[in-house]
Design a protein around this ligand. Structure first.
Ligand SMILES: [Zn+2]
Length: 115
């Protein structure tokens, strides 16, 4: 039992480290090295977009995007849950109709929106 728990923790650590390395690589590719976007932002919100101007605060290079799947005609509460969990709650509950949308997040004004 103890070894099983230890194994699970080790596996989790490997997943976190691998995810972090991937996030750092994405961040380096984007050329955003002033620290305005951190690897954990990349893990949470997706790929940094250096040329993207935030429609909320007009800042350039502070926006991250990722594609998510969401149910057509979804309720506000479920959509909020999807934003918080990166679409995982919707995938877990099962979907009959899927719409692929882009979710964007601005690290400057903390806005998250979809288009
Ligand atoms: Zn913004």
């Amino acid at each position: 039992m103890f070894l099983w728990i230890l194994g699970a923790i080790a596996l989790l650590a490997i997943i976190i480290i691998a995810g972090d390395a991937d996030a750092k690589a994405k961040l380096e590719r984007s050329g955003i090295t002033d620290g305005s976007i951190t690897p954990s932002d990349v893990t949470l919100y997706g790929t940094p977009q250096p040329a993207f101007i935030c429609p909320h605060c007009q800042e350039k290079g502070k926006v991250l995007t990722k594609t998510i799947k969401k149910k057509a005609g979804i309720s506000g509460a479920k959509a909020t849950g999807a934003i918080l969990t990166g679409g995982m709650s919707l995938l877990a509950t099962g979907l009959s109709r899927k719409d692929v949308v882009t979710e964007a997040h601005c690290t400057n004004c903390k806005s998250t929106w979809q288009f």
